[in-house]
Design a binder for this molecule. Structure first.
Ligand code: URA
Length: 422
């Protein structure tokens, strides 16, 4: 087989054969196809698309490039959630222990943030001592002792995706629905979960800016899951404003702990409960209402066990930033817009995110929102608090907030829960 023939076939709008797909993914993983050739193929896929059978085969080839995890030694059903990422999306933190408190095992392999969306591992690493890298045996131990584990994927899991995602990141080929769907689903299927709930975000702060694109991505991923015998459901949820009030790392951990303590912002609680109910139903568990597990402290107990089992101190004070700056409300009225993308970029520029994979993040940096769209605000009241360790970062962060909020304009928000695809 020849890489140029495969590239030409897709460039000219044809469907790749199963043999071409298996060969291309395997040869790229082994280094037999050069980066520039895979970049050309990824661009051809982005421009020409893929049929459902092609996406299914591509996903299968990526799964086969590495190990498949196995949780059959556990005495509980496994269930997991994947979010396509957004601003203030800390839902995994309260959700994993909550679902474990209701009887499931949650093996969550999570990622780091890149660009304006945050990463679950960066948030959790703000807890002193907490470790993201675990061996498979350690993951199993934490699952047995706590019921939930959140950690980094090992290098043996879908190595083809690891290599291809890094290439797509620098060749303008991330935004392809077949490539996103196969990337996410290859990792989730290889992770070995028995059920999967996808939170596909829609809006300025998300990959998918429109509900139509998000629906297509969700349908593609749900179909891949079902083809592999994985019970898969997707919710389309709003990402046109930040989720909750906190955007950053330590500030999001603190907000998640509030939710586990029975408080927290109503949108974070609503989405956490909606996803928990879907995860439990997909795992065939309907005994305990997750709302009760937030009230009776059982979800908090799992959180504390899970953090301690990974070396973290759940009672340690979280890092705070050295400097704060308050943005006040310019007039009185109803806050009709608080743009997720603008707030996400501002938090990133304050140091909460990274520009390159190797960069460190600042745990204390981020933004606290004092009002959300729909709230009535008074001129001069605090609207946003910016946290940073480096005050020279403030001007650029403030620049990205220009035009990111509006008082008294036409309200045009998505409902938090937009659609359900199963
Ligand atoms: N997240 C992934 O894991 N892969 C993609 O391609 C995009 C987002």
């Amino acid at each position: 087989m020849d890489a140029i023939d495969v590239i030409r076939a897709k460039r000219d709008g044809g469907a790749l054969t199963p043999e071409q797909i298996d060969w291309a993914v395997d040869a790229y993983t082994r280094g037999a196809i050069a980066d520039e050739q895979m970049a050309a193929l990824a661009m051809a896929i982005l421009l020409r698309g893929m049929t459902r059978p092609e996406v299914a085969r591509w996903t299968e080839a990526m799964i086969r490039s590495g190990e498949r995890m196995d949780w059959s030694a556990l005495d509980r059903p496994t269930t997991d959630k994947h979010s396509t990422g957004g601003v203030g999306d800390k839902i995994t933190l309260p959700l994993a222990p909550l679902v474990a408190a209701c009887g499931a095992a949650v093996p969550q392999l999570s990622g780091r943030g890149l660009g304006h969306t945050g990463g679950t591992l960066d948030k959790l690493e703000s807890i002193p001592g907490w470790r993201a890298s675990l061996s498979n045996a350690e993951m199993l131990d934490v699952l047995r002792s706590a019921g939930a584990v959140i950690c980094a994927a090992g290098s043996g899991l879908a190595p083809a995706d690891r290599k291809l995602y890094a290439l797509r990141d620098v060749t303008g080929t991330v935004e392809s629905i077949p490539l996103i769907a196969s990337s996410i689903m290859s990792k989730k299927i290889a992770e070995g979960t028995g059920a999967l709930v996808l939170d596909v975000k829609v809006g300025s702060g998300a990959f998918m800016k429109t509900a139509d694109d998000a629906r297509e991505l969700a349908e593609t991923m749900v179909a891949i899951g079902k083809d592999h015998g994985l019970r898969t459901v997707a919710l389309l949820t709003a990402m046109d404003r930040p989720l909750g009030n906190a955007v950053g790392n330590a500030v999001e951990v603190a907000e998640s702990v509030e939710v586990l303590a029975g408080g927290g912002p109503s949108d974070v609680v609503e989405l956490t409960l909606a996803l928990a109910r879907e995860m439990l139903a997909a795992a065939g568990l309907s005994g305990k209402d997750p709302a009760d597990a937030l009230k009776d402290g059982s979800a908090m107990d799992v959180w504390r066990r899970m953090i301690s089992a990974q070396g973290g101190d759940p009672d340690a004070p979280l890092p705070t930033a050295r400097e704060t700056h308050t943005v006040t409300t310019p007039s009185t009225g109803v806050l009709t817009r608080l743009d997720a993308y603008g707030v996400g970029v501002a938090a990133w520029r304050l140091g909460a995110g990274r520009a390159r994979k190797e960069d460190p993040v600042s745990f204390g940096a981020g933004i606290t929102c004092h009002a959300k769209p729909g709230d009535t605000v008074t001129e001069g009241q605090p609207l946003l608090t910016l946290h940073t360790d480096d005050e020279t970062r403030l001007p650029r962060a403030l620049e990205s907030l220009e035009g990111a909020y509006e008082i008294g304009g036409p309200p045009s928000l998505h409902p938090l829960l937009i659609d359900r695809i199963s």
